[in-house]
Design a protein around this ligand. Structure first.
Ligand code: G3H
Ligand code: 13P
Ligand code: ZN
Length: 333
């Protein structure tokens, strides 16, 4: 058993309380590799932003859970080396799908876990979530739960259709499970194809897809039921067109990729939404930068020469999200 407190990590409780009060959101960035982690920590340290490092089940399988844990521990030291005196870094399991997985992360030094039982019938979701909460709270590890189902297709996280969270269920769910935050479904989804072209309109000038707005009425109704309760948005990449264009113009194929417009995320961040999950945008930045190097220098074969530019572009992306979208800069001085 390793306590996250010994590793210099923090849970989400105080982060979220401050974010709701201050009208901003904490960035939750997924990582699988060293370059992503370096970019996240540099961006957070330079902007003095609290940050949640997210590890999915797929990331654990890809990178090895022991290595990831030590990377997160190293990240705290790296942040201090960069001059961030009091780093506010949370290590979070993203989309945990079983009690055993959540328990293993709690035991392994994670400061926060998500139990995603949103695909189960309501009572089963409550029972499994409560079991995880009861275990995690013994160690002061915070728990994110999910109610409602996101649409979208991704490796470990997939669903063909979305079901918005029902506001009439949230009080019962939060009270009976004791969860610390609630991920909701209001129209976001995972991946780089958040909407089909049929669900969008087209900008007559550019021909680009314009996605439908998020269901802010559902969010408002949830906040009315659970005043001041931390709300989480998954699937919140905005799929920047410049990265999609860089990829497509260098031989890639991402036709009609579309995300959540940043002004909608800005609006959400000012509400009780205090954690915004971003993974796909970082994948796009990485891929765009690597493709550009290969297109311009086909003879390049030193991974540092293409992973370096990928890391720089991801850092730029993370800083942009922190400063211009979530507003978390300067909140962890
Ligand atoms: O929400 C899921 C995250 O984007 C992680 O995706 O399961 O492919 O690692 P992954
Ligand atoms: P995106 O695919 O929109 O980046 O969402 C990531 C996410 O929700 C991780 O849990
Ligand atoms: Zn997610």
């Amino acid at each position: 058993m390793v306590s996250y407190k010994e590793l210099g990590l923090v849970n989400t409780r105080e982060m979220f309380a401050k974010a709701i009060k201050g009208g901003y959101a904490i960035p939750a960035f997924n990582f699988n590799n060293m370059e992503q982690l370096q970019a996240i920590i540099k961006a957070s340290a330079e902007t003095k932003s609290p940050v949640i490092l997210q590890v999915s089940k797929g990331a654990r399988n890809y990178a090895n859970q022991t290595l990831l844990r030590y990377m997160a521990q190293g990240a705290v030291e790296y942040a201090k080396e960069l001059g961030w005196e009091h780093p506010q870094i949370c290590l979070h399991l993203d989309h945990g799908d079983s009690f055993e997985l959540c328990k293993s992360c709690v035991d392994f030094g994670f400061s926060s876990v998500m139990i995603d039982a949103s695909h189960l019938p309501y009572e089963e979701n409550i029972a499994l979530t409560k079991k995880v909460v009861d275990y995690a709270h013994q160690y002061d590890v915070t728990v994110e739960a999910e109610l409602g189902v996101l649409a979208g297709v991704e490796d470990e996280v997939s669903s063909a259709v979305s079901h918005y969270t029902k506001p009439e269920e949230v009080v019962d769910f939060a009270t009976r499970t004791g969860c610390d935050s609630l991920a909701i479904s209001i129209g976001t989804s995972h991946g780089a194809y958040k909407f089909t072209p049929e669900q969008c309109t087209r900008d007559p000038k550019t021909g680009k897809l314009v996605p439908p707005p998020l269901a802010f009425d559902v969010l408002d109704a949830i906040m009315e039921q659970l005043p001041g309760f931390p709300i989480v948005l998954h699937g919140s990449s905005s799929v920047p067109q410049e990265y999609v264009d860089m990829i497509n113009s260098t031989g890639g194929k991402l036709p009609d990729a579309v995300g959540i417009p940043e002004e909608q995320l800005r609006k959400a961040a000012k509400s009780a939404v205090c954690k915004i999950n971003i993974d796909s945008d970082s994948r796009l930045a990485f891929t765009a930068a690597v493709r550009k190097v290969f297109a311009e220098k086909p003879g390049e074969f030193d991974p540092r020469k293409y992973c370096g530019p990928a890391r720089d572009l991801m850092e730029e992306l993370y800083k942009h999200k922190i400063i211009n979208v979530l507003g978390s800069n300067g909140k962890a001085e």
